[in-house]
Design a protein around this ligand. Sequence first.
Ligand SMILES: [Zn+2]
Length: 248
Amino acid sequence: MYDRGEWRLHFVCRHEIDPGPPGDEVAGVDLGISNFAAVSFGDEGILYPGGALKEDEYWFQKERAKCDDSASAEAVRLDRKRTERRSHFLHALSKDIVERCAERGVGTIIVGDLSGIRGGEDWGDSGNLDLHGWAFDRFTQMLGYKAEEHRINVEQVDERGTSKSCSVCSTKDGSQRVERGLYVCESCGTVANADINGAENIREKVLPSLACDGGDRDNGWMAQPAVRLFDKSTGRVRPQEQVMGRKP
Ligand SMILES: [Zn+2]
């Protein structure tokens, strides 16, 4: 097809899908700026850093600033390329999350709904808000239809308060703190990755009984999430040690 001055070849692949019945497990997903997504399975956590998205954004902003005329062919080309790269990142991420969920027998994915906290003070500059507001909406949409192929439900819950309270003992009295990405609870002694704590709180929003077990569970996993990175050379998401070529 001919599209805005250039010929493009489009491929459409149709494939039959026959997923098994969905599992009973529930996963929680917390969206954020430094970790684009943190996923909690209740006994295991995975982080998806957003660095590749931010690096791209920075590069495109720089290149775009060199264009004198925002309607020029080069400016239009850059804008389209930027949108494609963003979309590709979000596709790769949502696909990986759904696959990891399907592997673990997850039947329901709970995603924090950020509409209530947009415009809050935690967002840094407005560039972050513009990019991530758009990206979170797109991501949640993609996660929904990719999950559907595996008969996994995606639900959104209000995520207000999920970064502040302790996912182990539910304490939210202000004695908790976040240091270098770690959430530390004085009440029960839990030390967790802050985004995984958030994701676990989101997960527990649909499992209210879990929050009352007073820390009898082993919570060591919360401090040691796996990290999966977007690999720019292949355009896929892989374990950090494979992308970096070494153990973290
Ligand atoms: Zn606690």
